[in-house]
Design a protein around this ligand. Sequence first.
Ligand code: SAH
Length: 253
Amino acid sequence: MTDAAPGKVYLVGSGPGDPDLLTVKAKRLLEEADVVLHDKLPGPEIIGMIPEEKREDVGKRAGGEWTPQEYTNARLVELAEEGNTVVRLKGGDSMVFGRGGEELAHLAENGIPVEIVPGITSAIAGPEAAGIPVTHRDYTSSVSFVTGHEDPTKDESAVDWDALAATGGTLVVLMGVGKLPQYTDALRDAGMDPDTPVALVERATWPDQQVATGTLDTIVSVRDEAGIEPPAITVIGEVAGERERVLEFLEGY
Ligand code: SAH
């Protein structure tokens, strides 16, 4: 810790979990930081690279409750005001469903110097780790990144599944394991072909990555049989079928 100099906060994306997919900058900052605030999503290998005395876990607490966002915001400001170089490490890219935008705004409001360090988002790397390109010239010219966390049966759901089905493009759903039955129903109701390929990629690029594939009709039972749990990415669209075509030659994960 330096005494008088003002500190700085780096909002750093860790990538999906394989330490080799950290950016060079993220790796350097993890080494240089005085303190690293993280949750569990960067994965055990990357978290294990950070010396224990520098780590602060602001993810799920022992009782299963999330650390309140207000606490994390306040802690970032406090540490920076003490003169620390702080890394706020988040899974994937911190600005993709990562509440990085809220932390950025809070730091700016409090006059704290802040820098965004992009990471490889699981929304793209997750499918890739299973041999699935999110776009493909032959099948799809658009891709949508969607939260599966909202209940599609609720009237006030912010996600318009009808409109998403109508794009005809790839849908990549994050936080979408629990509500898989609801949004696959919503997509079928919206007219999407029940035979559309769907893939689930759990803990993409972690040593225990798991992939399960099916169709819009079968994926819920596939999920249950394979025991897929969060964190996982759901890929819906013709591109999900690519996995079968390349599997024999697929190396890396
Ligand atoms: N900022 C993150 C996303 C945070 S939201 C990013 O850019 O990747 C949390 C969701 O991310 C999880 O529910 C899951 O859907 C997805 N996710 C993150 N890391 C993952 C991984 N290694 N494998 C599969 N899904 C992952």
